[in-house]
Design a protein around this ligand. Structure first.
Ligand code: NAP
Length: 269
């Protein structure tokens, strides 16, 4: 199985690094990018790098589209030698299957993915959806590629990728915002900045790990650490009275709607 990456930016390099770490032969990987600097990063991982996209994809079984969404159309339309025996995996945010299909041969098997930024440190969360040209071997191959950067889930219809964008795609920023305000408040309560940051980050990490290792619901986990009349209850009640639940719901709905809108704009470009 040979994999060609179109675009050797942050996302592609993270996937390549993960694939090589997971035992994939570097001779099975190639990356194409116009930037000397990005090609040098790919070569540092021991793989072939090309300035020419067509040359990179010519003998690939899988083509990973990892360019910015704004240029995905022009890049794919220029790849005139792509055949339907090649699986195309797109990580380009907001580019829907209709657009990808319009820019590729008619019977192209395509998997559309929505990864998130922690993929850059191997802790990504990627949701995938495949078109009806994809076979079982393609599903397994797409999982293998994206698992190189973290966890994967399949969604049963493409519209759900807008919900995925609202939850995990944009999600890291919500946690950064929460951690930013927790750290700042810790400082205003007298902690030094380094200590306040460490307390916040390790608490976020620990809470996520506890939730992942538990079979309890998130509500039960929260109730288990909220003693009546205690400090946690004082904080949680304040958050809920100030509208935290409604704020989160409105925020995620806004992200989902913006994702729908961006898909339309990118599809037209
Ligand atoms: N990074 C993330 O956390 C993340 C999360 C979710 C989804 N994604 C998606 O992943 C894709 C890549 O994102 P990224 O963060 O890796 O972006 P990036 O770092 O900018 O990588 C894109 C690469 O494509 C290169 N490129 C530009 N024109 C090209 C062409 N015609 N042919 C081949 N390569 C070309 C760019 O080179 P130049 O720099 O020289 O232009 C750049 O090295 C995007 O579509 C994005 O929506 C990324």
């Amino acid at each position: 199985m040979t994999i060609a990456f179109i675009g050797a930016g942050n996302m592609a390099i993270s996937l390549i690094r993960g694939l090589v770490k997971n035992g994939m032969q570097s001779s099975e990987l190639v990356a194409a990018d116009p930037s000397d600097e990005q090609r040098a990063k790919a070569q540092e991982l021991g793989i072939r790098a090309e300035a020419n996209n067509a040359r990179a994809v010519s003998d690939a079984d899988i083509i990973v589209v990892a360019v910015k969404p704004q240029i995905a159309g022009q890049v794919l339309k220029a790849l005139t030698t792509v055949t339907s025996s090649q699986l195309v995996i797109s990580v380009a945010a907001g580019i829907n299957l209709d657009s990808l299909q319009a820019w590729l041969p008619r019977d192209q098997p395509i998997v559309r993915c929505m990864p998130n930024t922690p993929a850059l440190v191997g802790a990504g969360m990627t949701a995938l959806f495949a078109n009806n040209k994809v076979q079982a071997k393609h599903l397994a191959a797409a999982e293998r590629v994206l698992q190189a950067a973290g966890e994967v889930v399949w969604v049963p219809n493409e519209e759900l990728l807008d919900a995925v964008t609202a939850v995990s795609g944009s999600g890291p920023a919500y946690f950064f915002l929460l951690m930013e305000h927790m750290t700042n408040t810790g400082i205003s309560l007298g902690l030094d900045p380094e200590t306040s940051r460490k307390l916040t980050l390790q608490t976020a990490f620990g809470a996520s790990l506890m939730a992942q290792q538990s079979t309890e619901t998130l509500t039960t986990l929260r109730q288990n650490v909220t003693s009546p009349g205690g400090t946690t209850e004082a904080a949680v009640n304040t958050m809920l009275e100030l509208g935290m639940a409604e704020t989160i719901e409105s925020a995620l709905r806004a992200a989902q709607q913006r994702s729908v809108q961006l898909s339309k704009e990118f599809g037209d470009s």
